[in-house]
Ligand binder design. Structure first.
Ligand code: SF4
Length: 159
């Protein structure tokens, strides 16, 4: 898994393109998620997400994916789960202070982000991880949030 994850970050641009195609599809499927029920869709969609992202990114299913802001390097693989850049302990060779055999996920993230068109997203300050979302699908969260935003805009326009 570790080598696949390094490979994925090295090919961050490719995965950025894939995600840009995939995200609108997930969002467009909102009527389907709604008719099935978001709660009921959680299990199959979450399983698919865990399988695919687990394989590629060593995803820990935090439920609030920020891969596209972190050069396709999952910050939850940091032993300190740092979501806003590296701690002060990165070794001179770019490896982790806690797991010396592992490259710092933020070194991977920076290198990955430099390959991406939207790589500047790495500068965005992330909210602390909400542990109550652990195990839930980020894909469904994105779809639900997009539809909520649309509804709010619609309500704003009709006032
Ligand atoms: S940020 Fe969260 S959802 Fe995204 S790959 Fe990492 S653990 Fe998985």
């Amino acid at each position: 898994m570790y080598s696949v994850r390094l490979w994925a970050a090295r090919h961050a641009r490719f995965f950025e393109v894939i995600y840009r195609i995939f995200e609108p599809v997930i969002v467009k499927l909102h009527p389907l998620w709604k008719s099935v029920g978001y709660q009921r869709a959680e299990k199959p969609v979450g399983m698919l997400e865990k399988l695919s992202k687990g394989l590629l990114f060593d995803c820990k299913m935090c439920g609030q994916c920020i891969l596209s802001s972190t050069g396709m390097s999952c910050p939850m693989n940091c032993p300190k789960t740092m979501r806003n850049g590296p701690c002060g302990g990165v070794r001179a060779n770019g490896n982790c202070e806690v797991k010396p055999e592992m490259k710092c996920v933020w070194v991977e993230a920076w290198e990955g982000s430099q390959k991406m068109k939207g790589g500047e997203q790495i500068q965005v300050v992330q909210l602390p991880v909400d542990h109550s979302q652990k195990g839930s699908s980020s894909w469904l969260r994105v779809a639900r949030r997009a539809s909520d935003l649309k509804q709010q805009e619609y309500k704003g326009d009709s006032k």
